[in-house]
Design a protein around this ligand. Structure first.
Ligand code: LLP
Length: 422
C-alpha cells in the first residue's frame, strides 16, 4: 500500500498535495504519513496474532516524538540503544515496561535510568556488561531482567556495514560461549534471566538467514533447558528489508513470522516462548519521503547534474551505503524533457548525491520526492556544512502537522562560545 498516491499527475501525502505542503513549510522537508507508520506496525500485529508477543519498534529508525506517539497508541513496545532514546519514548507516551535495551556500550548512568523506569529487558552483549548491570541493580535494590544477545555467526547477505551477526562483527556474544554467560547470570542475585536475543543485520530481503539464526537460537534454548535454565522469550531482532527498488521482494512480516511461529509450534519445548521483534525500517521507511527543490541543472560535456536543496547531511544513506532511493518529480505530467542526471546536493563532497544516473523530467524550481526515506533519514541527519536540518511534517488524512520545525541558523551555534578576550 502506498501512502503517497499519484492523483492527476501529482504526488499526494495521504489526501494532501505535496506541492501544498512544500509551499507552506519549504524544502527540504521530510513528509510522513501517519497511516504508513500505523499500517507498518499493524502488519506485525497481524503476523503475530495468536502467539504471545511484544513488538518493540526500533527507535533509531525514526525517533520523532510524533512517530513514537502514534506507535505507542497502538500498543507498541520499543527497542532502544541509548538513554536519549529511552527518554524520547517516555516523552512520547510510551511505556517503559515494554522497552528492550540493546547496544554494546550501555553506560552506567543509562543502565541506572532504565532500572529506575523499570524497562522490560536488557539485551546484554558481553559478560562485562552483565556484571555492570548486576552492580547497578544491586545498588538500586532492583532485579534486572536480561536476555543474552547471541551472535549466531550467520551471514545476513546485506551491506557489510549493516550486517551484525557474523563472528567478525562487534555485536553479541558468540553462541558457543553463551551458555557460560547464562550460567553466571543465573547465579547473580539481582539478575533475572528472561530470554535470548539476536539481530543479524538490517535490510534482509530473504527469510533464510533469519531462519538459520532462529534454528541456532533454538538449539541454545534446548541446551540451556538441559542446564536447568528455562527461557521465557525469544527476541529475534529486526532487520526485515523493504523494496527500495521494484525488483527487491523481501518477505512480508506475515511470511517471515508465519514461518517463525511454525518452527516454534513444532516443539513442546518452544511453544511457550514469547516472540519479541525489533523492527525499524519495515515499519518506518515507506511511511516517509524527503521532498527537495531543484536549485539548478548543471550540464557538462558528458554529464548532467541536478543540484537540489537537500544533501547528504539530510539523507546520508546514498553517501555511506551507496543506497538506492527512488526519486520522482512531485508533478509528474510536467511536460518537461527527460534528462539523464546525477541528483546531487550542495555539499563539498563527491559522496554528496541522492541518486546517480536517473532519468528525470525536471526544471529549476521543480519539486522532487526521494522515496522510502522514513527510516534512517532524519535520524542520521547532521549539520555538516552548517546546514540546518529539515522540517518534519506528518500528514494525517487531510491534516498537516509540523512535528519538528526546520532548524534555524541560530539553533546551530546556540551552545557554542567564543574564547574570552585577550
Ligand atoms: N535491533 C537492533 C539491535 C538493531 O541494531 C537494529 C538496527 C534494529 C533492531 C532495527 O533493524 P531494522 O528493522 O531497522 O533493519 N543506518 C542503516 C541501518 C542500521 C541498522 C542498525 N540496527 C541504514 O540506513 O540502512
Amino acid at each position: 500500500m502506498d501512502w503517497f498516491p499519484h492523483r492527476n499527475g501529482e504526488l499526494y501525502a495521504e489526501q494532501v498535495p505535496v506541492t501544498d505542503i512544500a509551499e507552506q513549510f519549504g524544502t527540504p522537508a521530510y513528509i510522513y504519513s501517519r497511516k504508513g507508520f500505523e499500517e507498518g506496525f499493524k502488519a506485525y500485529q497481524q503476523a503475530l496474532a495468536g502467539w504471545p508477543h511484544l513488538i518493540c519498534y526500533a527507535v533509531k529508525a525514526n525517533s520523532n516524538l510524533a512517530v513514537l506517539n502514534v506507535l505507542a497508541k497502538l500498543g507498541a513496545g520499543f527497542d532502544i540503544v541509548s538513554v536519549g532514546e529511552l527518554e524520547r519514548v517516555i516523552a512520547a507516551g510510551g511505556e517503559a515496561s515494554k522497552v528492550v535495551f540493546s547496544g554494546v556500550g550501555k553506560q552506567r548512568h543509562e543502565i541506572r535510568r532504565a532500572l529506575e523506569l523499570g524497562i522490560h529487558c536488557f539485551n546484554i552483549e558481553s559478560d562485562t556488561e552483565l556484571e555492570r548491570i548486576q552492580q547497578e541493580a544491586q545498588a538500586l535494590g532492583k532485579v534486572a531482567a536480561v536476555s543474552v544477545r547471541v551472535n549466531p555467526d550467520v551471514d545476513a547477505r546485506t551491506h557489510p556495514y549493516i550486517s551484525t551477526g557474523l563472528k567478525d562483527n562487534k555485536f553479541g556474544i558468540d553462541i558457543k560461549t553463551a551458555p557460560a554467560v547464562y550460567q553466571r547470570a543465573a547465579e547473580l542475585p539481582n539478575i533475572e534471566v528472561l530470554g535470548v536475543d539476536c539481530h543479524i543485520g538490517s535490510q534482509l530481503t530473504s527469510k533464510e538467514p533469519f531462519i538459520d539464526a532462529l534454528d541456532r537460537l533454538l538449539l541454545l534454548v534446548d541446551q540451556l533447558r538441559d542446564m536447568g535454565i528455562i527461557l521465557k522469550h525469544l527476541d529475534i531482532g529486526g532487520g526485515l528489508g523493504i523494496a527500495y527498488e521494484a525488483h527487491e521482494q523481501p518477505p512480508t512480516p506475515s511470511e517471515y513470522l508465519g514461518q517463525v511461529k511454525e518452527r516454534l509450534a513444532a516443539s513442546e519445548h518452544h511453544k511457550h516462548l514469547n516472540i519479541v521483534v525489533e523492527p525499524g525500517r519495515s515499519i518506518a521507511a515507506q511511511a516517509g519521503m524527503l521532498v527537495t527543490s531543484v536549485e539548478l541543472i548543471k550540464q557538462s560535456d558528458h554529464k548532467a547534474f541536478t543540484v537540489v536543496d537537500a544533501a547528504m547531511n539530510d539523507l546520508l544513506r546514498p553517501a555511506i551505503y551507496s543506497a538506492w532511493h527512488d526519486i520522482e518529480p512531485v508533478v509528474t505530467n510536467n511536460g518537461r524533457q527527460e534528462i539523464l542526471c546525477d541528483v546531487v546536493g550542495p555539499i563539498c563532497e563527491t559522496g554528496d548525491f541522492l541518486g546517480k544516473d536517473r532519468k528525470l523530467s525536471l526544471a529549476e524550481g521543480d519539486l522532487l520526492a526521494v522515496r522510502s526515506a522514513g527510516a534512517y533519514g532524519f535520524g542520521m541527519s547532521s549539520n555538516y556544512n552548517s546546514r540546518c536540518r529539515p522540517a518534519e511534517i506528518m500528514v494525517d488524512c487531510d491534516q498537516v502537522h509540523q512535528v519538528r520545525r526546520r532548524e534555524k541558523l541560530a539553533d546551530q551555534w546556540a551552545d557554542e562560545t567564543l574564547l574570552p578576550e585577550g
